[in-house]
Design a protein around this ligand. Structure first.
Ligand SMILES: [Zn+2]
Length: 278
């Protein structure tokens, strides 16, 4: 109970101070610490945008090349005052949704959804990968603004709002929570909830003390995780948006989805993550 309270209130407040410091005091990109960050006005086509008026010719030509290569993507506005356009363009944001077939579905209650769609913000590469590792395993606060930038690239699911949807972050084991002292996924989900204006729901707990999923193949992960979660209450809405920080094989999200679907087959599930890859 106390750790829940800590995760929900104290820890976001602690991180929020770090975010405010970066947003209001730091005027350079959180990735390269070189270029000024683009303001929303600058991004929306002002000729005096700091991106265009930059005097460094090599970075300007790099920017032009990227714009030529990526066409509309480079022109696409992005919601951020945290990362510069050059660094933003270094990642291929919003790769195609991938569909994960859900297996081990109980025979007596066939859910009407057997495919779980997963939208990730970007591939698990480059500075995003480093930032996730730094935040999750080293608790480095300066990685959080980069992760927030990535979260802000995830468009709010069509038709979802606070009245019909909740976000469920993948719960962690008590063992890991005790070791780390905080739930990185819960902190990220808190910011996703702010970004989408959709509330969090904490109706599932992690009941196994499974070993880490790192280094296991798809089948080992599936076996390791299949009984990992327990549903505590009925989902408050028909739509539940699952969230995890990194999706590798999708075994964790698949197990989480099945935990809900086995009890409430009519639940509409879609999954989101910051990154996809090893
Ligand atoms: Zn940058």
């Amino acid at each position: 109970m106390f750790t829940n309270w800590l995760t929900r209130f104290c820890i976001p407040a602690y991180y929020q101070l770090g975010i405010w410091r970066v947003q209001y005091l730091q005027k350079v990109c959180c990735v390269c610490y070189l270029h000024p960050v683009a303001t929303m006005t600058g991004i929306r086509g002002s000729a005096k945008s700091p991106l265009i008026s930059r005097t460094n010719s090599s970075s300007h030509s790099k920017l032009c090349n990227l714009q030529q290569q990526k066409g509309a993507q480079a022109e696409r506005p992005f919601l951020s005052s945290l990362v510069c356009q050059d660094c933003h363009n270094d990642l291929d944001w919003l790769p195609p949704v991938f569909e994960l077939p859900l297996t081990n579905i109980m025979h007596h209650s066939k859910p009407d959804v057997t495919i779980l769609s997963i939208q990730t913000a970007a591939p698990h590469v480059n500075y995003l990968r480093t930032a996730i590792i730094d935040f999750k395993y080293k608790e480095k606060l300066n990685a959080l603004p980069i992760l927030m930038h990535a979260l802000r690239q995830l468009p709010r699911p069509h038709g979802c709002h606070a009245g019909n949807s909740v976000i469920l972050a993948t719960p962690t084991t008590k063992q890991r929570l005790a070791a780390r002292g905080f739930e990185p996924v819960a902190v990220l989900a808190h910011y996703l909830s702010q970004h989408w204006q959709i509330p969090l729901w904490q109706g599932v707990v992690r009941v196994d003390e499974a070993v880490s999923q790192q280094g296991l193949d798809r089948y080992q992960r599936q076996a390791n995780i299949s009984q990992a979660f327990e549903l505590l209450t009925k989902p408050p809405t028909r739509r539940v948006l699952l969230f995890d920080d990194v999706v590798t094989t999708g075994a964790t999200l698949s197990a989480l989805a099945l935990t809900i679907l086995e009890a409430y087959p009519q639940t509409q599930l879609t999954a989101y993550s910051l990154s996809h890859g090893d």
